[in-house]
Design a protein around this ligand. Structure first.
Ligand code: TPP
Ligand code: MG
Length: 575
């Protein structure tokens, strides 16, 4: 009789789902999984913190559109991992988090004094779409399928499976294994284009309208539907916008595109549209909950929504027509149906008038960029220099507080999927692991990350992982030696700068270039704007992960463009 270990059976299930990457920190409990990965073509990346392991998997997932897989050790490593799962849950990223458990023979969470014991299934439940414990190997493939089905169906999200260490070590008869199926046999992999009658109705509504707003959410990216979305928008002469998370679905230098921060121009075009078409998005808080003042009143403005998840239809804004479908397929079908009703149209009506408003909104940004700095680099100019250095197809990752606002304002995203940022969480520390995950997913695409110094500190040890795994990303750290956005909030709440400084909440001016070198990366230090471009060139030429410490103007970094809008967006109540 030939035998295989249950750990290998688990790896076979991952291989059947097409998994090619696992992240985590090695532990005796899951050695029985890790020793089998290579022979199934799965790369195992060993990091420095399980929370970062989840973010690496998320970054990878965003670019590959495949689920990310992470393993945590019993109790503590899984606890760390669940911190990362909070992000995947909020952002809607498909992650399979596997936590090992100590054998129930030796411990259980309710037995006082046990080593590495915690009720991780219950800890995971509110932050996952599926949480369960495998107790018999006979059910392992079925439970893996349930986890992947939950993670990948509808709005994506994380799933959690716990498995005891002694079960993983058990050898079982290789001729009596439960069947393992490929993904298409156990979950919906093709939602289709939706009900043709509804597509026809949507085409009637769109062809009958002159002013159209087309809004793309991240669901368009998951469906790989950017090309179809743009073709439909151009054919209809629609104004185009995206959620913050879906940036890049429409190249942001497109003449019909309105930036998510463009409260004036976008707000006016959206409010005046006769029909709004929302694809793969829920119209959450940063979309003004889909209501006035950022959108027209749904009583007088026709809303069409396409989503693969019925739970997202009409969630925050009432709809006139809700279509459950794959975004790519539905947009393709819709273009065909629209084309039989109307020929290609020119630019959106009143575009010039909307652009005047856009220009008004941009004045704050222009003033910010023109501010002369005596004590460091202008953060806006730093961001623009990065945009000029990196090609359209590069991947941009943002992290931090005010630095991310500057990053969003001055770094147009020109392709997709090319933008990674913790939109729903503002989860500091995600940037470096996101960037690493993106580079693991697309080794030939340049990956650039712009981060605040506070954010960078969370997972800075992952630079060692990046060096070891040969992930040449370029990181710009905007060093203001402060949790700048919180300083802005502090001052806005009426406290003085002197009070802030006396509370011991400032950051030290760490030399991040030196830290980088110590961890096997290339390091640069920039104190004046003219030093930045050569530093970027040397960083790119180094072939290593590179960190550019950019000393930014501390005062200017507390007044980023978009801060008011960022606050205002969160004060809207919605329906
Ligand atoms: C995990 C986490 N902890 C705390 C916060 C609260 N927070 C938001 S912005 C910010 C300051 C960020 O500082 P830094 O990364 O240096 O960027 P800066 O604002 O200085 O540009 C903090 C502490 C958060 N968003 N996420
Ligand atoms: Mg800072």
């Amino acid at each position: 009789m030939s035998e295989i270990a249950v750990g290998e059976l688990l790896v076979r299930c991952l291989a059947a789902e097409g998994i090619e990457l696992i992240t985590g920190i090695i532990d005796g409990a899951h050695i029985p999984i890790v020793v089998h990965t290579a022979k199934y073509g799965i790369r195992y990346v060993n990091v420095h913190h399980e929370e970062a392991a989840v973010h690496v998997a998320e970054g990878y997932s965003r670019i590959t559109r495949k689920p990310g897989v992470v393993i945590g050790n019993p109790a503590c490593g899984t606890g760390n991992m669940l911190a990362g799962v909070v992000s995947a849950h909020g952002e809607g990223h498909p992650i399979l988090a596997i936590g090992t458990l100590r054998s129930p023979l030796k411990s259980d969470p309710n037995r006082g004094g046990a080593w590495q014991s915690a009720d991780t299934e219950n800890m995971a439940r509110p932050i996952t779409k599926y949480a369960a414990t495998v107790r018999m190997w006979e059910r392992l493939p079925e439970m893996m399928r349930a986890a992947f089905r939950a993670a990948m169906t509808g709005r994506p999200g994380p799933a959690y499976l716990a498995i005891p260490d002694d079960l993983l070590l058990q050898n079982i008869d290789a001729d009596r294994l439960p069947p393992i199926h490929e993904a298409a046999r156990y979950r919906v992999t093709n939602m289709g284009a939706g009900d043709p009658a509804q597509i026809d109705r949507a085409a009637d509504l769109l062809a009958g309208a002159k002013r159209i707003w087309l809004h793309a959410g991240k669901g368009v990216l998951w469906a790989d539907g950017a090309k179809e979305l743009l073709a439909l928008g151009e054919h209809l002469g629609a104004c185009l916008g995206s959620s913050l998370g879906a940036r890049g679905v429409i190249p942001e230098d497109h003449p019909h595109f309105f930036h998510p921060f463009d409260i004036g121009g976008a707000g006016m075009a959206r409010a005046e549209a006769e029909v709004v078409l929302v694809v793969g998005g829920r119209l959450g808080e940063y979309d003004g909950w889909g209501g006035p003042p950022m959108w027209g009143d749904p009583a007088g403005q026709t809303t069409i929504q396409i989503d693969s998840d019925p739970m997202s239809i009409g969630l925050n804004r009432p709809v006139d027509l809700g279509i459950v479908a794959d975004a790519k397929a539905a947009l393709g079908a819709l273009l065909e149906a629209v084309s039989t009703r109307t020929g290609p149209r020119a630019e959106p009506p009143d575009l010039a008038r909307y652009r005047e408003k856009t220009n008004e909104t941009m004045q704050t940004g222009i003033a910010y960029l023109g501010t002369k700095c005596t004590t460091g680099v202008n953060p806006g100019q730093m961001v623009m220099a990065v945009r000029q250095k990196f090609p359209r197809e590069s991947i941009t990752v943002l992290d931090g507080g005010n630095t991310t606002l500057t990053g969003v304002a001055f770094h147009p995203i020109l392709s997709s999927p090319s933008f990674i940022y913790s939109v729903k969480m503002g989860y500091l520390g995600t940037g470096l692991p996101f960037a690493m995950g993106a580079k693991l997913a697309a080794p030939s695409r340049p990956v650039c990350m712009i981060t605040g110094d506070g954010a960078f500190g969370f997972n800075v040890m992952e630079l060692e992982t990046a060096a070891r795994e040969n992930l040449p990303i370029v990181v710009l750290v905007a060093v203001d030696a402060a949790w700048g956005m919180e300083k802005t909030a502090y001052l806005a709440q009426g406290y003085s700068a002197a009070d802030w400084e006396n509370r011991g909440i400032e950051l030290a001016s760490v030399s991040y270039d030196v830290v980088a070198k110590g961890l096997g990366c290339h390091g640069e230090r920039v104190e004046r704007m003219e030093e930045l471009e050569p530093a970027l060139d040397r960083s790119l030429a180094s072939g290593k992960p590179a960190v550019i410490h950019v000393q930014v103007d501390r005062d200017l970094n507390t007044k980023p463009p978009g801060w008011e809008q960022f606050r205002a967006a969160r004060s809207v109540q919605g329906y």
